[in-house]
Ligand binder design. Structure first.
Ligand SMILES: Nc1ncnc2c1ncn2[C@@H]1O[C@H](COP(=O)(O)OP(=O)(O)OP(=O)(O)O)[C@@H](O)[C@H]1O
Ligand SMILES: [Mg+2]
Length: 886
C-alpha cells in the first residue's frame, strides 16, 4: 500500500488492509512476509565480479582497438594482433583485479555495519535491522532517527519530520494521526512518516505500509542506480578524464589522417593512433582511486576510525570546520558525582536523595544498568548507597521525561506518610527561572562551580497534595532545594589533538548543551582559543546575522538539538566543509546535517546510526588521524593525475608528432600498449607512497584549473626533450626502424616512470622527500624490466625489439638525468608562479547525493526478489510492475 493510499484511511482500516494490529506482527508472520517480499533495501553491497569486469570493458577505445586488431589479423598481421590482444587482456585484468579488491573491501565494510530500529513483535518491543522490516510492522520513531520505511502514523508526540530529501522543503513537517483527503500531495501527507526522512522533533509510532523499493524514497533511490555517491574529488576526476579523452580524440584523429595522407597502411595508422589514445587516457584512474580508498579504509580501521562508506574518507580530508560536543570529547566524559549542596551552598545530602528519586536511569538492585549519563553517575556514586533506606520510603506516581529543549526532568512521588510532591531537576538556568525564591548564597555557589568547569544540576520540589499525574506545565513555583556537582575534567590528550587539528587547518568549534561558563572554562583549560561564547538564545535572536555570529564564535553553549543542526547548516552555507562530532541523542539531527557526521562506538544508537564515520575511541587524536588519512589519499591520487598530465602525456604527444617526420612508426602499436601497461603497473604503487607534511597541511580541494595549468606547463618541457632524444637516436646512433623503436621504448619508459620522484613532492631538490619503498621499487623495477626486454631473445624479437649498443645506456643515463633536472626546474617555477584561487568554490551537492548517502543504510548483501509487492494476509502476493527487480 502506498503512503498516499494509507494516508486517506483511518488507522483501523490500514491495519485491516495490512493484516496487522496495534500489537504489531507475530515473529513467524514477520519472517514469512520477509521471505515473500524480500528485505527492506534498495541496493546490494555484494561485490560482484561481472559488473566490475564490465565496467573495465565498457571503454569504447578498448573495443575499437580490439576490433582493429582482429581486422589486422585477417589482413595478415596475426602475430601483432595476438600481442595486442594479450596486452589488452593484461591491462583489463590489472584494472579488474584492483577494482574488485576495492569492491570486496567495501563489502566487508558494509557487512560490519548495522542500522537498527525498534519494532513491536507480538506486542513486545524488539530491536531489528531496518532491512528486516515488512509491511504491517509497528515501528517506534525517536528524535534524530531516519524513518526506516513508509509509515502510517498511529501515535505522535510533537513529531516533526525533515522531508527535504524527498520534497526539497527544508522546514520540517508537523505530523498528526488524522487521515487526509485523497489526492493530497506527498509533501502534505501529515499522517505518514516517509522512509528516508529524519525525525527533527518529538517521537511517534507508525505501521509500515511500504518498504524497500515500494516506498517513495526507495523508488527514487533505485532510480539513481547502484552507484555510491561520488565525492567532489571523484566528480573532478571524471571531468579531468573527459578533458584527456577530448585531447586524445583530437590528437589521434589528426595522427590517423596525417599518417594515411603520408601513405602509411590504413590499418597500421589506425592501430597506431588508437594505441596512442589508449596511452593518453588514464584507464587505471578509477582503479587507483578505489584501491587507495580501500587501502585507506583498512589503514584507518587500524587507527580506530571506521568509515561506513569508502567515499567518506575523502570527505574527512576535506573538512574545514569541525563542530564537536564537549562532554566526552573534550572532557573525560566519565562523569563523577562529587557533592551535594543545600540552598545555602553548604554540604547537604538532601539534594542527592531528591536527585536519586528524580532519576531515569534503569536500575537493578540499586545499581544503574543504563540511561542518561548524569543519572547513571548519580547512582554509581558511593554516596548513593547510603540513601537506600531513605529511597525505600517513596513511591513514584508519574514522570515527565528529560528532554534537551527543556533541559529538565520531573517526577511525582508519594512518601510513606501519603504526602505527594513533584521533584524537578535540570540545568540550573532553566530550573532557577521556575523557582519562587533563590538564596543569594546559592547563586554564589553556582557561579563558583561553573567557573571551575564543573557540571552542575539543580534540584527543586513543589508540594502537590491532590494530584495524581504530571505534565511539563506543572514545572513552576518550585522551591529551590540545592545543587548536585559532577566532575568532568578536561581530557589531557585533547589538548594535543586540538593543536594537531589546528595545524591541519581545521577550525574546531564547540556545540554543547552545557553552561556557557563551564564550556569556556574547559576550552581555556585545553588551550582552545575562545573568541566568543554564544548561547542558544543568541542564535534565536541572530536572525539574518547568524552567519556573522558564526564567524566570530567558537563556543555555542546551552544549545538544543535543533540549534546544533541549524549552526551546522549555516556553516555549510558559507561553502566550507563541515564535520560534526557528537554522541548523544541531542546530536543526531546535526550529524545528518553535516557533510561528515562523526560519532563514537559508545554513542547513543541514533547518533551512531546517523553518523558516516565511527571512532572506536572517543578521542580527537583518532579523528585527526582520520583527517590525515583522507588527505594522504587525495595527495597520492593527485600524484597519479599529475604524472598522467606531464610525462606520460608528453611522451605520447611526441610519439605522435614523430610519426609525421619519420619514415617508420616511432613505436609499434603493440609496443606503445606494452609501454603503457608497464607504466600503469608502476603507478599502482603510488597509493603506498609517503606524503610530505606540507601537502596535507590544508583541507584538500579539487582544482581542475591547477591540473590544466600543470599540463600546459610541464607537457612542452617533456616534448621538447623527447625531440632531442629522437635527434640523438637518429644522428648519433644512426638508428634504423627496430633500433629506433627499441631505444625510444626503453628511454620513454624510463623517463615516464622515474619522473615520479620529481613530481611526487613540491620540494626542491626532490630527494629531500623520501618515497615509500614499494613505490621506489616499482618505479626502478619497471625501468629495469624495460631495459632488459630487448635482450630476451625470442620474446624481444616477437615484440619487435633488438639489443641496444652499450653506449646507448650511457646516453640513457645522461638523458634521464638531464630530463629530471629540467622537470625539476620547471616544477620550481610552476609552484612559484602558481596561485591557488583565493576562495574555495562552495560545495555543490546534488539532491541525488543526499539520497544515495541516506540509501546506504538500506542495503543488504544480496537483493533477492523484487521489492514492492503488497502483502495481504492469505492472498497471493501481487507484483507491482512499476518497480524494477532488484
Ligand atoms: N538526567 C538529567 N537530569 C537533569 N538535568 C540534566 C540531565 N541530563 C542533562 N541535564 C541538563 O541538561 C543540560 C543539557 O544536556 P544535553 O544532553 O543537551 O547536553 P550535554 O550532554 O550536557 O552537552 P554536550 O552537548 O556537550 O554533550 C546539561 O548540561 C544538564 O544541565
Ligand atoms: Mg552529549
Amino acid at each position: 500500500m502506498t503512503a498516499a493510499e494509507a494516508a486517506t484511511l483511518g488507522v483501523s482500516d490500514v491495519f485491516t488492509r495490512l493484516g496487522s494490529g496495534p500489537e504489531g506482527l507475530g515473529k513467524d508472520e514477520a519472517a514469512r512476509r520477509l521471505r515473500v517480499v524480500g528485505p527492506n533495501a534498495v541496493r546490494s553491497y555484494r561485490a560482484r565480479p561481472w559488473p566490475v569486469l564490465w565496467s573495465q570493458l565498457r571503454s569504447p577505445l578498448l573495443l575499437l582497438l580490439a576490433v582493429t586488431a582482429v581486422a589486422s589479423a585477417f589482413l595478415g598481421q596475426a602475430s601483432d594482433a595476438v600481442i595486442i590482444g594479450v596486452i589488452l587482456v593484461a591491462s583489463v585484468g590489472l584494472g579488474f583485479f584492483n577494482e574488485y579488491k576495492a569492491a570486496r573491501t567495501a563489502e566487508a565494510l558494509h557487512s560490519s555495519i548495522r542500522h537498527r530500529c525498534v519494532v513491536l513483535r507480538d506486542g513486545h518491543p524488539r530491536t531489528v535491522d531496518v532491512t528486516e522490516l515488512v509491511p504491517g510492522d509497528v515501528v517506534d520513531l525517536q528524535l534524530g532517527q531516519v524513518v526506516p520505511a513508509d509509515l502510517r502514523l498511529l501515535a505522535v508526540a510533537g513529531l516533526e519530520c525533515d522531508e527535504s530529501v524527498l520534497t526539497g522543503e527544508s522546514v520540517p513537517t508537523e505530523k498528526s494521526t488524522g487521515p487526509v483527503a485523497a489526492g493530497t500531495p506527498l509533501a502534505e501527507l501529515t499522517c505518514c512518516a516517509l522512509m528516508g526522512t529524519v525525525v527533527r522533533a518529538g517521537s511517534g509510532t507508525g505501521v509500515v505500509t511500504a518498504a524497500g523499493g515500494a516506498a517513495e524514497f526507495g523508488r527514487i533511490a533505485q532510480g539513481l542506480g547502484e552507484h555510491q555517491p561520488e565525492t567532489e574529488f571523484q566528480t573532478g576526476l571524471g571531468k579531468f578524464s573527459m578533458l584527456l579523452v577530448q585531447v586524445a580524440g583530437a590528437l589521434t584523429g589528426a595522427i590517423f589522417i596525417i599518417n594515411v595522407a603520408l601513405h602509411k597502411p590504413v590499418i597500421t595508422a589506425l592501430l597506431f593512433s588508437l594505441s596512442i589514445a589508449v596511452g593518453l587516457t588514464p584507464q587505471l584512474l578509477p582503479a587507483v582511486v578505489s584501491a587507495s580508498l580501500a587501502s585507506g579504509s583498512r589503514q584507518l580501521a587500524r587507527s580506530k576510525v571506521l568509515v561506513k562508506r569508502l567515499v567518506c574518507i575523502e570527505d574527512l580530508g576535506d573538512v574545514d570546520v569541525l563542530f564537536t560536543d564537549k562532554t566526552g570529547t573534550l572532557t573525560e566524559g566519565s562523569l563523577r558525582f562529587m557533592r551535594s549542596a543545600g540552598p545555602d551552598g553548604t554540604a547537604d545530602d538532601e539534594p542527592l536523595l531528591l536527585g536519586l528519586l528524580c532519576n531515569e536511569a534503569v536500575t537493578e538492585n540499586g545499581r544503574a544498568a543504563g540511561g542518561n549519563p548524569l543519572d547513571v553517575a548519580l547512582w554509581d556514586s558511593p554516596a548513593a548507597a547510603g540513601q537506600q533506606p531513605a529511597l525505600a520510603r517513596y513511591r513514584r506516581l508519574g514522570t515527565v521525561p528529560f528532554d534537551h529543549e527543556r533541559r529538565l526532568v520531573s517526577v511525582l512521588d508519594e512518601d510513606d506518610a501519603g504526602n505527594r510532591m513533584m521533584i524537578t531537576k535540570g540545568a540550573p538556568e532553566e530550573l532557577l527561572k521556575r523557582c519562587t525564591a533563590i538564596p543569594a548564597a546559592a547563586r554564589t555557589a553556582l557561579d563558583a562551580e561553573f567557573a571551575s568547569g564543573n557540571r552542575v544540576i539543580a534540584v527543586a520540589t513543589r508540594e502537590m497534595p491532590s494530584v495524581s499525574s504530571l505534565t511539563a506545565a506543572d514545572e513552576h513555583d518550585l522551591t529551590f532545594r540545592g545543587i548536585l556537582v559532577f566532575l568532568d575534567p578536561p581530557k589531557p590528550e585533547a589538548r594535543e589533538a586540538l593543536q594537531r587539528l589546528a595545524r591541519l587547518g581545521v577550525t574546531v568549534k564547540v556545540l554543547t548543551g552545557d553552561n556557557a561558563v563551564v564550556a569556556a572554562k574547559v576550552c581555556a583549560d585545553l588551550g582552545l582559543p575562545v573568541s566568543q561564547v554564544a548561547t542558544g538564545a543568541d542564535i534565536d535572536n541572530a536572525g539574518d546575522q547568524l552567519g556573522e555570529l558564526l564567524a566570530r564564535t567558537t563556543v555555542f553553549a546551552r544549545v538544543s538539538p535543533e540549534h546544533k543542526a541549524q549552526i551546522v547548516r549555516a556553516q555549510r552555507a558559507t561553502g566550507t566543509d563541515v564535520a560534526f562530532l557528537g554522541d548523544g541523542v541531542n546530536d543526531a539531527i546535526a550529524l545528518h546535517a553535516a557533510d561528515v557526521g562523526i560519532s563514537v562506538d559508545s554513542a547513543a544508537d541514533v547518533a551512531k546510526d546517523a553518523a558516516d564515520v565511527l571512532l572506536l575511541e572517543k578521542d580527537l587524536n583518532v579523528l585527526a588521524d582520520g583527517v590525515m588519512g583522507g588527505r594522504r589519499i587525495f595527495a597520492n591520487t593527485m600524484k597519479y593525475v599529475l604524472m598522467g598530465t606531464s610525462s606520460n602525456f608528453g611522451n605520447m604527444f611526441s610519439a605522435a608528432g614523430a610519426s609525421i617526420f619519420l619514415k617508420f612508426l616511432p613505436m609499434l602499436p603493440s609496443q606503445i600498449l606494452l609501454n603503457n601497461l608497464l607504466y600503469d603497473t608502476s603507478q599502482l604503487a603510488i597509493p603506498t607512497d609517503n606524503v610530505d607534511p606540507e601537502q596535507v597541511a590544508q583541507p584538500t580541494r579539487w582544482d581542475l584549473g591547477f591540473i590544466r595549468k600543470f599540463m600546459l606547463f610541464m607537457g612542452p618541457i617533456s616534448s621538447l626533450f623527447d625531440f632531442t632524444t629522437f635527434g640523438i637516436m637518429l644522428w648519433v646512433f644512426h638508428a634504423g626502424e627496430r633500433l629506433f623503436q627499441t631505444g625510444w621504448f626503453v628511454e620513454s619508459l624510463a623517463t615516464q616512470t622515474l619522473v615520479i620522484f620529481v613530481i611526487r613532492t613540491r620540494r626542491v631538490p626532490f630527494f629531500r622527500s623520501v618515497a615509500s619503498s614499494p613505490m621506489a621499487l616499482a618505479a626502478v623495477g619497471i625501468t629495469a624490466v624495460g631495459a632488459v626486454l630487448p635482450y630476451t631473445g625470442h620474446l624481444a624479437y616477437i615484440l619487435g625489439f633488438q639489443p641496444l649498443p652499450g653506449a646507448f645506456f650511457l646516453a640513457l643515463a645522461g638523458i634521464v638525468a638531464v630530463y629530471l633536472v629540467l622537470v625539476e626546474i620547471g616544477k620550481y617555477w610552476f609552484y612559484r608562479l602558481y596561485r591557488a584561487p583565493a576562495a574555495p568554490k562552495p560545495r555543490h551537492r546534488t539532491p541525488g547525493h543526499r539520497v544515495r548517502r541516506r540509501a546506504a543504510r538500506f542495503t543488504v548483501h544480496t537483493l533477492h526478489p523484487a521489492r514492492g509487492h503488497n502483502v495481504s494476509p492469505g492472498k497471493p502476493v501481487k507484483q507491482d510492475s512499476k518497480v524494477p527487480a532488484g
